[in-house]
Design a protein around this ligand. Structure first.
Ligand SMILES: [Fe+2]
Length: 326
């Protein structure tokens, strides 16, 4: 790990704890020379035969290898600094890293994608959000035109219940990041975050609630893998504990409902009772933090420990970008 004791760098960040969440704050990254990073990224993509220098660069998981990551960070020392901050945050068991201002607002859509991907590479390698194209930057916006039989949370305006991302993968993504291009003007679309791993530790010591943890560590949930995420079978399911060993928390209720229906033809009521009890505790104001991402802000989320939720919203122009980080 790099030494980031230098004053200049320490001024960049502050750390605080709120509602059991360790939060790293990076106030303002607009000092970064984004033009240099974007041009370096485009040059490397061209060398890797993934793009010409046009605006049409598609940022894929195949492009963003460890070698690409190392070359980009070597060419841009500021990304090494961000890597050191992220590394320290990871070692300090962070839950959220909140960047209040990225400094990308004035750039084109593609260049904002590049800037967001570049900063995410400082934490790790991305996982494709779209299996067919390999694209890693996913637009979270209302897609009224999409006639999918199953619309994901990121494609609609409705409430997104507490969940972890990629809960239905054998190995869910360890982190993910959101970058706000345009918040909802109606005031909706506010996120809530709960450190469910800490709550698990608290509840197991509480005689009244220990049964919840015992149920969620003792009965595996069957998650249905959405068809757009499967490689092989049509009706793929995985069995995993909501409170596991390697992955402390994984949860996605609609996937569990579908998985149990598919595998057993019925729900497991004991499991659902424990989930329901947990969700009541999770959404207690003492246990969750509300956060509205402002324009040009970003947040990195520890997806192995933190459950997240999003309010519904009316404003169809709300637009966030998301990257999953392995
Ligand atoms: Fe999510």
């Amino acid at each position: 790990m790099l030494n980031i004791s230098n004053d200049k760098y320490q001024k960049l960040l502050s750390i605080h704890q709120e509602k059991r969440l360790n939060i790293v704050n990076l106030d303002d990254l607009s000092f970064i020379e984004w033009e240099a990073i974007i041009s370096s990224f485009r040059k490397l993509a061209t060398e890797y035969n993934y793009a010409n220098c046009s605006q049409q660069l598609i940022i894929t998981e195949q492009l963003l290898t460890e070698q690409f990551r190392q070359e980009l960070l070597n060419e841009n020392p500021v990304l090494r600094l961000i890597e050191a901050i992220f590394c320290q945050a990871t070692h300090s068991k962070y839950h959220l890293m909140h960047i209040k201002k990225m400094g990308l607002k004035q750039f084109s859509y593609t260049d904002q994608c590049i800037g967001f991907a570049a900063i995410s590479l400082a934490l790790g390698l991305p996982l494709a959000a779209d299996k067919s194209t390999g694209q890693v930057v996913w637009d979270i916006m209302d897609r009224k035109e999409k006639k999918a039989s199953y619309q994901t949370f990121s494609e609609g305006k409705g409430e997104a219940d507490y969940h972890t991302d990629t809960a239905f993968y054998e190995k869910p993504v360890r982190n993910f990041a959101l970058h706000c291009i345009k918040p909802a003007e109606c005031g909706g679309g506010v996120n809530r975050f709960c450190n469910a791993a800490a709550l698990r530790q608290k509840l197991i010591r509480d005689p009244e609630h220990a049964w919840i943890v015992k149920t969620l560590t003792g009965i595996p949930a069957t998650f249905r893998v959405p068809s757009s995420f499967t490689h092989h079978k049509e009706n793929e399911c995985i069995d995993a504990f909501i409170f596991g060993d390697d992955v402390p928390v994984r949860f996605r209720l609609d996937s569990i409902h579908k998985g149990h229906e598919l595998k057993y033809g019925r729900q497991n009521n004991e499991l659902l009772k424990a989930i329901d009890a947990l969700m009541h505790i999770v959404d207690n104001p003492d246990n969750m933090l509300k956060m509205r991402l402002e324009e040009d802000a970003a947040v990195f989320i520890n997806n192995y420990e933190v459950l997240h939720y999003r309010d519904d919203f009316m404003d169809p122009s709300r637009h966030l970008m998301r990257i999953w980080i392995k």
